[in-house]
Design a protein around this ligand. Structure first.
Ligand code: C2E
Ligand code: MG
Ligand code: MG
Ligand code: MG
Length: 293
């Protein structure tokens, strides 16, 4: 009885492993033609200033829309693209597409926001990464200041001395760097200080902890914000989903906030509407101000 149960469990395990492997192979094939056929698109999630809720930027998030597989999550296809090396051309496409979008917004008279782009470990290993990024951004005539790159804490700490050099080179070229998903990996505080990254993004695990983990949950977030400020970094809270989280983050002087409560990732067209609204609000604010002298 037990033996049979064990065997069927094993068979089930084997079957699901095969299914996972088959799906990974299928996705790898899809990735192979995705750039040529145009399956990729970028979504943009808005980032707001904590103090006055001003729209200050966006994070570019990659999507893959396939006629048969539907909309695929980056959580599924990025690791596959990493393993196969396809992440390299895909990563350059993301930067070029972001720049082209920034140019369209500029041509439409919309404000010049900053866009954050995620980098994978494999990309960071490319010796000519920064040169390539500079080439793309300059050929699209976008100031480097408008582009920020996000490196996860875990990846950044894997070879911290190398990351330090890389961050400094990026920032010497006016690209800003953010440390993403902070707090869930192991960090060397000495290196966190040496990185001198522009931003620290608190992982959404801690943001949700402010509602779910009692006073300690909020104390941790407050401590991370103070630590980041002490080290000269701006702080972004990811995954803000409730009003109570937002209120607490504002009272803790969190510099920027990002999450479903404030805005989900949307297509470039939808994001344009946000930018338009924002520009109009700004204008109203200015017109509403009392005229001095
Ligand atoms: P990430 O960089 O930490 O991006 C944030 C993820 O959290 C996004 O998922 C976003 O949609 C999601 N998110 C934002 N606000 C909320 C919220 O309030 N609640 C919840 N539950 N989730 C929220 P997404 O778009 O599925 O991306 C997942 C990951 O895939 C990203 O995590 C990033 O590591 C990676 N990724 C996405 N685009 C790219 C890319 O162009 N290149 C590389 N290398 N990686 C990418
Ligand atoms: Mg990110
Ligand atoms: Mg993140
Ligand atoms: Mg993440």
């Amino acid at each position: 009885e037990a033996k049979r149960g064990g065997r069927s469990t094993y068979r089930f395990f084997e079957t699901s492993m095969n299914e996972a492997a088959t799906r990974a192979l299928q996705i790898q094939r899809v990735l192979h033609e995705a750039l040529k056929v145009g399956y990729f698109s970028l979504y943009f999630q808005p980032k707001f200033r904590g103090s006055n809720s001003e729209l200050v930027g966006a994070e570019a998030l990659l999507r893959l829309r396939h006629p048969e597989f539907g909309l695929l999550s980056p959580m599924e296809f990025i690791p596959i693209a990493e393993r196969s090396g396809q992440i390299i051309p895909i990563g350059y496409w993301v930067v070029r597409e972001t720049c082209q979008q920034l140019r369209r917004w500029k041509e439409d008279g919309l404000p010049a926001i900053k866009v954050a782009i995620n980098l994978s470990p494999r990309q960071l290993e490319q010796p000519d990464l920064i040169t390539m990024m500079l080439d793309i951004v300059q050929s699209e005539q976008i100031p480097c200041e408008q582009i920020m790159f996000e490196i996860t804490e875990t990846v950044a700490m894997q070879d911290a001395p190398k990351t330090t050099d890389m961050i400094h080179k990026f920032q010497e070229n006016n690209f800003e760097i953010a440390i993403d998903d902070f707090g869930t990996g192991y960090s060397s505080l000495a290196y966190l200080q040496r990185f001198r990254a522009k931003q620290l993004k608190i992982d959404r695990f801690f943001t949700s902890g402010m509602d779910e983990c009692g006073p300690e949950g909020s104390a941790i977030v407050s401590a991370i914000i103070k630590l980041a400020h002490t080290l000269g970094m701006d702080v972004v809270a990811e995954g803000v989903e409730t009003d109570s989280q937002l209120t607490k983050l504002k009272s803790m002087m969190c510099d920027e906030v990002q999450g479903f409560l404030l805005g989900k990732p949307v297509t470039a067209d939808e994001f344009s509407k946000l930018l338009h609204q924002h520009t109009c609000n700004d204008l109203h604010l200015k017109l509403d101000q009392p005229a001095f002298n």
